[in-house]
Design a protein around this ligand. Structure first.
Ligand SMILES: *Cc1c(COP(=O)(O)O)cnc(C)c1O
Length: 821
């Protein structure tokens, strides 16, 4: 649709509605003192527009019987909603003026909002960006997930150590969700399976469950940008199926009456804060089944409202995308439903599933590949386990045995069941066997999925494995978070770049234009001034906006190698102590990262960075040339403040370990220059911006493999590089932890006796060299401005709209609303 959507409200209308809502929601006379009440009233005003569009969207898709994409994800990292919804509805200016006339700055109102942090990191944020693009591109899409009572924990530092406290995102309600009691579902668990012989000799299976959980849906509207669509994110909350036993309560057994309720409500209580590792807990398994079962029932309900009991159109109407293996049980639940509840023949049910499910792989890390014990399956989902065995039998006998007859090793390797002291279910194998497409999330990652992770599956199913490179929504990650830069881009790009990001490439022709360079870099400077204020407020550290703002923001993980940057900071500090005139442009290192609460070394790395920061930031000898800040509680809202102010984007994972990364895209889009390895989407970013506009260093995937083949020994680097040796030895002293020598030793141990599993020492020298080159480049203002501009101009490929179009063309086969065909 070329024409812009009409503004839904004028400023006067908007203000009038806000005042009406204020009368309902706030009993205070002095409204001017209550920004929280204003936020709520503004949200309710926006919702009036949103829900009208939602109704229209639903009506359209019902009438047109549109095929739907159903995105199943255990995580959605949405962030705040108001600013984005205002931008997407073209109501930002209207709301700003209306709120100003009530005596408020719109930014202060935004600050009252709470992040929806129902996810850990990249995987959950990807789901959020995809929902934004699906609505913007007018596709019929539903996101399904869990309505966690507590999202990702809040992070504070106490004497440098991470402290976790619960996230209370809906303590006093959340304006962006609405309960849908009419769509409640009931989910069985536990129990046993009975076999009943039919008259024709066949056997009917009946699952007698031991417990039933109620699934209550909460809908969060997803507003498209300059589009007709409002879709929903449907999040399931678990409740006891009968609220509690009233008789028991009245007879005085309060505890018992409450315990069943407590147990049921535990299921959606908390998000597992593990990122990239398998949580491996029974409760998490039940979480997965609970939300999959609710979602499958809901998908069938929506279908039956249109098609009744005619199943012939089901696979034409429905496609289901599994965001990683977390929702894999949805496959077994659909099989079970078709066979046990709708009397499908096994072959027909399986054929149907193979037309409906597609799976996205997000990691090659062995510790992150999900496995559940057969015993756990048997206890919680006995009927699903039977179906799983039947799929495995079919797969091994009809498919594996055809290609590799009598090859027992191959059977063992590919089987969905892993033999051993404890039999385990390999969830990824079930996904690959049943899905019609399996995609990786960046080209290099998808290539490795084919060559290293699933080479046999690739032989067996030649066209199944494919790539869809990740993307980010330019609405949140440029338009809303960087208004000044957005305005500058508006002035140079004639089309709506936020909906057609490739059009930004036209600003490349201004990369050498002196005036444009000045405008671009002065916006960067303004953003840095703002961030410096935020840094002062949250850490007490004074930083200069004239320094290089060097940013590493992402989950704390060894493979992401925050400790490589840390080691390099130690080296720079040492050089400065040895020679106060050491030639470097002042640099501020800005970290943001949460560590999984049980991840020991990740927490030690946070502690070490904080301790070293304390020392460096207060050392007058180095003339403020080096500063280090670790901003607490990294989350979407903090990312939105840091990214517009970044000069340098650190993307320094061990080659082959970061599937894609999306932080890399957000930062480059906002004019940060990447220093990074040839890993994940960095490879494609380098292709887009060109070698002159990125600092690539370090071992490649092939180099890393060769290191292992030749017998990697970290001591070779320690003994042969005086700087590495000095920095690692430093960690054993009490230089950074007075009176407590050895407090930072864990990192050194892991890099030496621990074998340096992520090959930091092998990359250190080249990383240091790339940093020197970067420092030289920054000192040349014209050159740096050119690099920054090219980065913004060449990020068109990395809009999540392009990712969604790839999914639509190659996997989902959808047509948007109002399309001619
Ligand atoms: C984008 C984003 C991520 C992912 O960052 P990577 O650098 O790709 O790991 C994680 N957390 C938040 C809050 C984000 O916005």
């Amino acid at each position: 649709m070329a024409t812009a959507i009409k503004k839904p409200l004028t400023t006067a209308q908007f203000k009038k509605k806000v005042l009406q809502h204020l009368n309902f929601t706030s009993s205070q006379d002095d409204l001017a003192q209550n920004p929280t009440a204003v936020l709520k009233a503004v949200c309710l005003t926006v919702n009036e527009v949103v829900y009208e569009k939602l109704t229209e969207t639903n009506k359209y898709h019902k009438e047109h019987k549109s095929r739907s994409i159903n995105y199943l994800s255990l995580e959605y990292l949405m962030g705040r909603m108001l600013s984005n919804n205002l931008h997407n509805l073209d109501l930002f200016d209207v709301a700003q003026k209306a709120v100003a006339s009530l005596g408020f700055e719109i930014e202060d109102i935004f600050e009252e909002g709470h992040d929806l942090a129902l996810g850990n990191g990249g995987l959950g944020r990807l789901a959020a960006c995809f929902l934004d693009s699906l609505a913007t591109m007018d596709f019929n899409a539903v996101g399904y997930g869990i309505h966690y009572e507590h999202g990702l924990f809040k992070q504070q530092f106490h004497q440098g150590r991470q402290i976790e406290t619960p996230d209370e995102w809906r303590e006093y309600g959340n304006p962006w969700e609405v309960c849908r009691p009419e769509a409640v579902q009931y989910i069985p668990l536990f129990g046993h399976v009975e076999s009943i012989a039919n008259n024709d000799g066949s056997v009917k299976k009946v699952w007698h469950s031991g417990q039933t959980i109620k699934g209550v849906p909460w809908d969060v509207p997803i507003v498209g940008y300059n589009s007709k669509t409002v879709n929903v994110l449907r999040l399931w909350e678990s409740r006891a199926s009968s609220h509690f036993d009233w008789d028991q309560f009245n007879s005085g057994a309060y505890q018992d009456a409450h315990s069943a309720q407590n147990h049921a409500e535990t299921i959606s209580k908390v998000l597992y804060p593990n990122d990239e590792t398998d949580a491996g807990k029974e409760l998490r398994f039940i979480q997965q089944y609970f939300f999959c079962a609710c979602s499958i029932k809901d998908i069938i309900k929506r279908y039956q409202e249109q098609f009744g009991d005619d199943w012939s159109q089901f696979s034409k109407q429905v496609v289901i995308q599994l965001n990683d293996t977390h929702p894999t049980i949805a496959i077994l639940e659909l099989m079970r439903t078709l066979i046990d509840e709708y009397d499908f023949a096994w072959n027909d049910a399986f054929a149907m599933c193979r037309e409906i499910f597609a799976y996205t792989n997000h990691t090659l890390l062995p510790e992150a590949l999900e496995k559940w014990s057969v015993a756990l399956f048997d206890r919680v989902l006995p009927r699903h386990l039977e179906i799983l065995f039947s799929i495995n039998e079919f797969f091994l006998n009809e498919e594996v045995a055809k290609l590799w007859p009598n090859d027992h090793q191959m059977r063992g390797r590919l089987s969905i069941i892993e033999e051993g002291p404890e039999k385990m279910v390999r969830m990824a194998h079930l996904c690959v066997v049943t899905s019609f497409k399996v995609n990786g999330v960046a080209q290099i990652h998808s290539d490795l999925v084919k060559s290293d992770l699933f080479p046999e599956f690739n032989q067996l199913y030649p066209n199944k494995l494919t790539n869809v490179t990740n993307g980010v929504t330019p609405r949140r990650w440029l338009k809303a978070c960087n208004p000044e830069l957005s305005k500058l881009l508006d002035s140079k790009v004639k089309t709506d770049w936020a909906k057609n990001l490739s059009s930004l490439s036209t600003v490349a022709k201004f990369a050498d234009d002196e005036k444009f360079q000045q405008e671009f870099m002065s916006i960067k400077h303004n953003n840095k001034v703002k961030l410096a204020e935020e840094i002062l407020a949250s850490t007490g550290v004074v930083v200069s906006p004239d320094a290089i703002f060097d940013v590493q923001i992402k989950r704390l993980h060894e493979y992401k190698r925050q400790h490589l940057s840390f080691l390099h900071i130690l080296a720079l500090y040492r050089r400065l102590l040895a020679d106060p005139d050491y030639d470097m442009h002042p640099r501020v290192y800005i970290f943001g990262a949460k560590a999984a609460p049980g991840y020991y070394l990740a927490k030690e790395i946070i502690y070490a960075i904080n301790k070293v920061a304390d020392k460096i930031n207060n050392d007058d000898r180095i003339n403020g040339k080096l500063k280090v800040v670790f901003m607490p509680n990294y989350r979407v809202t903090l990312a939105e403040k840091i990214i517009p102010a970044a000069d340098v984007s650190e993307q320094i994972s061990t080659a082959g370990k970061e599937a894609s990364g999306t932080g890399n895209m957000k930062l480059a889009l906002n004019g940060a220059v990447t220093i990074g390895t040839l890993d994940g989407a960095n490879v494609e970013i380098a292709e887009e911006v060109g070698d002159d506009n990125i600092f690539i260093f370090g071992n490649t995937v092939d180099d890393i493999k060769a290191l292992a083949a030749n017998g990697y020994n970290p001591y070779d680097y320690y003994n042969n590089d005086e700087e590495i040796k000095a920095c690692l030895d430093w960690l054993h002293t009490d230089y950074f932890t007075p009176g407590k020598p050895g407090e930072l030793s864990a990192i050194a141990h892991s890099l030496l006796d621990g074998g340096d599993p992520y090959r930091l020492l092998a990359d250190f020298a080249d990383y240091a060299k790339a940093n020197t080159a970067l420092d030289q480049a920054y000192k040349d203002k014209t050159r740096w401005a050119r690099m920054a501009i090219i980065n913004t101009a060449k990020m068109g490929k990395f809009t999540s709209d392009r990712s969604i179009q790839d999914y639509v063309d190659n996997i989902w086969k959808l047509t948007p609303m109002n399309s001619k065909n």
